[in-house]
Design a protein around this ligand. Structure first.
Ligand code: 0O2
Length: 240
């Protein structure tokens, strides 16, 4: 158990009591086989999330390829993917009062599979997001626009929770993926802020929080200026 909650599906409670595998004449091979059997459904689910993440990454790569031909510049700087660790999944579920079961992982968590798309300009974000959401196998579950309405601390990004199908040998399975779209400056700010926030041994005082917010505003203003510059250059290139 962790924090008093039973992890019934992930590690069956019988592992220590009901099976008799931990008797003095313990057989290591049997224990390993038993553990593998218990862990297999979790591994399978994680593999499905991995596939969904790859699907979404490919969709953005295709869009990037197409748009870069049209505009003669690449709207996507980088794409990062990450699968949430089993420890983070456990903490998030237990913190929210849910037990650790496969069903709860799928139903209660939106961000087991995460795709981060780093763009050049704010307008690239919306153009890519719209093109992605127009695809008929992508179902939007939730949109959080932290660019239009930044968080109190200054955090900006466009978050999409989507569901997309993955095709297994005998079934089609719908999987949730969290997509975060940001500019380079939004990403730079978020990764530094994340590092500061997770330095748990120091207290982040009010002045640091204010400074972070000011940095976020400066970064947003820079994004806007770069956007204007890009528009000016494009218009000039069209005219010539
Ligand atoms: P990690 O390690 O990046 O995965 P939900 O996840 O939707 O159930 P929540 O937390 O309200 O619930 O979602 P939200 O606000 O959309 O934030 C989810 C993720 O966005 C976070 O995941 C971060 O990646 C990022 N994020 C949100 N707010 C901030 C912020 O203030 N600063 C930074 N640096 N990142 C932020 P995790 O699980 O926190 O972390």
């Amino acid at each position: 158990t962790k924090k008093g909650i039973h992890m019934d599906t992930y590690f069956d409670a019988n592992i220590l009591t009901g099976t008799g595998l931990l008797a003095p004449d313990v057989n290591h091979k049997k224990i390993r086989a038993f553990l593998q059997e218990q862990i297999k459904p979790v591994r399978e689910l994680m593999a499905y999330y991995q596939c969904a993440m790859m699907e979404v990454e490919t969709k953005f790569k295709v869009l990037s390829q197409e748009l870069s031909l049209e505009y003669d510049r690449n709207p996507i700087e980088t794409i990062k993917t990450r699968l949430k660790s089993m420890d983070s999944i456990t903490d998030k579920l237990l913190d929210r009062g849910f037990s650790l079961t496969l069903e709860n992982i799928e139903q209660q968590l939106n961000d087991v599979a995460g795709v981060r798309v780093i763009c050049g300009l704010p307008s690239d974000i919306y153009e890519l997001a719209d093109a992605f959401l127009r695809q008929d196998d992508v179902r939007l579950i939730m949109k959080k626009d932290y660019i239009a309405t930044p968080k109190e601390n200054g955090y900006r990004s466009l978050h999409l929770i989507v569901e997309i199908p993955i095709f297994l040998h005998d079934e089609k399975k719908m999987m949730k993926v969290e997509v975060q779209l940001r500019t380079i400056s939004m990403d730079w700010w978020a990764s530094l802020e994340h590092k500061i926030r997770y330095k748990k041994d120091i207290v982040v005082e009010e002045s640091v929080a204010n400074e972070l917010r000011t940095c976020a505003e400066t970064a947003a203003a820079l994004d806007m200026r770069m956007e204007q510059l890009q528009k000016y250059i494009s218009a000039k290139a069209m005219a010539e």
